[in-house]
Design a protein around this ligand. Sequence first.
Ligand code: AMW
Length: 181
Amino acid sequence: MPPLTTDAIKFGAFVVTNQVFHLTPLSYALVNLKPLLPGHVLVSPRRIVPRFNDLSAAEVQDLFLTVQRVSRTIERVFDASALNIAIQDGQDAGQSVPHVHAHIIPRKKHDLPEPDAIYEMMESEDGDLARQLRKRDEGDVKRGRFPAVDADEHRKPRSEEDMNKEAEWLFEEMARTDERE
Ligand code: AMW
């Protein structure tokens, strides 16, 4: 699939143009480098700002309408019965990429040992782990409270090819969702 735009789309410092499967005037949706569960995607404003409060009213409206549209497709194509929709807003809330993004994670019954386990998984994602390590080294976190290194370490980043394929598929499925509306 050719990129949806000739502009380079950035997610924080990363160029993610080929991972983008949906584009609006102010937002975009991209496939995840390290999904926590199959179908875990992200929706971001096109403007790179770290905090939710940095967004204009028009950006908030566009972002949330995009989250709603994308989540409809994700729930359908991953045959889910529920969704986690989450924003980690700021480093101390677990944000690792300083560019606003909403996580959309399709869920089904018994997909994890506990439905809430997803929050711990989100918290211990790479960047957060790096932050925790930094804090530990700065002596900010008591050793005993340092969270166990999670399965994220074993979650390999996906290949460009894998991500492009998924982006192409989701781009086509977005059009199908629109037809049904
Ligand atoms: W955060 O902890 O900032 O709320 O979430 C960052 C998310 O971005 C994670 O789900 C992580 O897997 C994802 N991610 C990090 N780098 C990239 C990238 N280059 N392309 C796509 N997703 C990425």
